[in-house]
Design a protein around this ligand. Structure first.
Ligand SMILES: [Zn+2]
Length: 49
């Protein structure tokens, strides 16, 4: 039974994300704000590039 398209959660890609680099492992990733965390090691010790 298909009820068709319902309301979906849409993930909006924020264009204001900045590139960060993890100081712990050197991983570069996109994050937002000053509380970005490394997706690899979970460290919050990152710097904005
Ligand atoms: Zn890391």
């Amino acid at each position: 039974m298909c009820s068709g398209a319902g309301p979906m959660e849409i993930t909006i890609l924020d264009a204001e994300e900045d590139t960060h680099q993890c100081r712990a492992c050197g991983k570069q990733f996109r994050g937002r704000g000053k509380k970005a965390r490394c997706p690899d090691c979970g460290s919050s010790d990152v710097k904005a590039l």
